[in-house]
Design a protein around this ligand. Structure first.
Ligand code: TYD
Ligand code: MG
Length: 455
């Protein structure tokens, strides 16, 4: 009887038996039955046979500096950590239809025009479809080599013969490695194909990009299965119906993680947005209750985003807490601190929190801006439109210092703001015409801004 195993298609963890929920990552309905990987040498122990002696070196040994190839699409180069490192393996994940193929075709064309040999393999579209897209993007003349293929063995043979510097595999879920006995898109296939491609690319000095669809259903394996095999993991995010797209580095062996690149999807492909703060604030009109500008940092770049809150009497026994673009647990914490330390209760009120422009933030520095938005919405009182807010809130209600305050203030000033509310402990030099209101706890902010609030 063939051996079977139960693997989570979201995180790749294996389980002894089927279950509705993966204990390892907490996802539901992602565990699928697969025939186990063919018994390789792993069946025997390594013990008996001797291997080769490996070369050891000193920490002080000199290496050649990393070469970086620039595509010229600066938002893309930035997210890679300052350009493409030769022989690196990159995963680009994202929802279907978000624009991964478009982005990578544009990147391949940009590299090709700068003299890097680029190859684009699609397992999803016919070559004619890709040419049609290239035409629409105005990239018809870029010397990119194109193939529509899913057989991994043939693809690797071709890569070996062509030796491109930049190769795109779109997508890893459509690839079929014939030495693995399960369907394309299954965890074993995705894992084997990614392993073959990344180790092959390293040996041959080819930079590969693996495109991975994020899937909610357990039918095909998600990109998390391959995250640990590659050097760099980028996620392409955005809201349907919104034209903004954010390319975010969540792991990067060659640069800072959390770096973001901002793009706009247009009729002619993705345009880069070099001043994202202006873009995220562009939809702001006159001062509105519940709207606050947060001066954040994404990767190495300051970014101003609008935080919107709506508070309304709830007909429900358990009022609604809805969050888009921020962490729901963190919102609950801020509400609890407001209640326990400042005596402002949200009981009986529905709370909606939204980060404008489809942006997603995870910085605790947004705490104070969120609290400000909630209070402003609850009191129906707009805050000054020319003021940015940042600061982390501790459970005691104290405002904790945050990193890179100066970069945040500079960005705010550059975009025409002339005041800030921040934790007291930041070390910043106030410049002319820019007022910094430094506070040491949340209660002080509540009283200064809203006076006495009835519970
Ligand atoms: P695509 O790159 O195919 O997404 P993915 O590879 O992530 O599945 O992009 C698909 C969407 O992008 C599609 O709905 C149409 C839109 N699009 C544009 O708006 N403008 C363009 O120039 C292109 C090529 C696509
Ligand atoms: Mg695609």
């Amino acid at each position: 009887m063939a051996k079977v195993s139960f693997t989570c298609s979201a995180c790749g963890a294996t389980h002894k038996k089927w279950a509705g929920k993966c204990e390892s990552c907490g996802a539901w309905n992602t565990i699928i039955e697969e025939s186990a990987l063919s018994a390789g040498p792993g069946k025997k122990t390594l013990g008996a046979a001797r291997g080769h002696r490996i070369t050891l070196s000193d920490l002080s040994a000199k290496d050649a500096p990393l070469r970086r190839d620039l595509s010229g699409i600066s938002e893309f180069d930035r997210v890679l950590g300052g350009g493409l490192v030769p022989a690196s393996a990159i995963l680009v994940g994202g929802d279907p239809g978000i624009g991964k193929s478009t982005l990578l075709l544009q990147a391949a064309a940009a590299f090709a025009r700068r003299g890097l040999k680029s190859l684009y393999v699609s397992g999803e579209e016919a070559a004619s479809q890709i040419r049609m897209r290239a035409n629409r993007l105005g990239l018809r003349d870029a010397p990119v080599l194109l193939a529509a293929e899913t057989n991994l063995r043939d693809i690797m043979t071709t890569l070996d013969a062509e030796r491109p510097q930049f190769a795109i595999i779109d997508s890893i879920q459509t690839m079929w490695a014939d030495h693995v006995d399960s369907a394309p898109g299954s965890v074993s296939q995705v894992r084997a194909a990614a392993h073959e491609l990344t180790s092959f690319a390293k040996r041959r000095g080819i930079s590969v990009v693996l495109v991975g669809h994020v899937t909610k259903e357990g039918q095909i394996a998600g990109p998390r299965v391959v995250e640990h095999m590659v050097d760099t993991v980028l996620y392409f995010e955005g809201e349907r119906g919104h034209q903004f797209r954010i390319l975010r580095a969540v792991k990067n062996r060659f640069g800072p993680a959390d770096e973001i690149g901002v793009f706009e999807m247009t009729g002619g492909g993705l345009d880069q947005v070099t001043n994202p703060s202006a873009l995220f604030l562009s939809e702001r009109e006159k001062p509105t209750p519940g709207s606050v500008v947060f001066a954040g940092i994404e990767g190495t770049r300051p970014l101003l985003v609008e935080i919107q809150a709506l508070v309304a009497p709830s007909p429900l026994a358990t009022p609604r807490r809805t969050v888009v673009g921020w962490d729901g647990g963190r919102l609950a914490m801020i509400l609890a601190v407001l209640e326990a330390r400042c005596g402002v209760s949200f009981a009986g009120l529905d709370v909606y929190l939204n980060i404008a422009g489809g942006m997603r933030i995870s910085e605790p520095a947004a705490d104070l801006a969120v609290a400000a938005a909630l209070l402003s919405a609850r009191q129906d009182k707009p805050l000054a439109a020319d003021c940015v807010i940042f600061g982390e809130i501790s459970l005691s209600g104290a405002l904790r210092p945050i990193a890179q305050a100066n970069a945040r203030l500079k960005e705010a000033k550059k975009l025409g703001f002339c005041a800030a509310i921040s934790p007291a402990s930041i070390k910043s030099v106030p410049s002319d015409g820019f007022a910094i209101n430094k506070l040491s706890d949340l209660g002080e902010f509540v009283v200064n801004t809203f006076g006495d609030i009835e519970a």
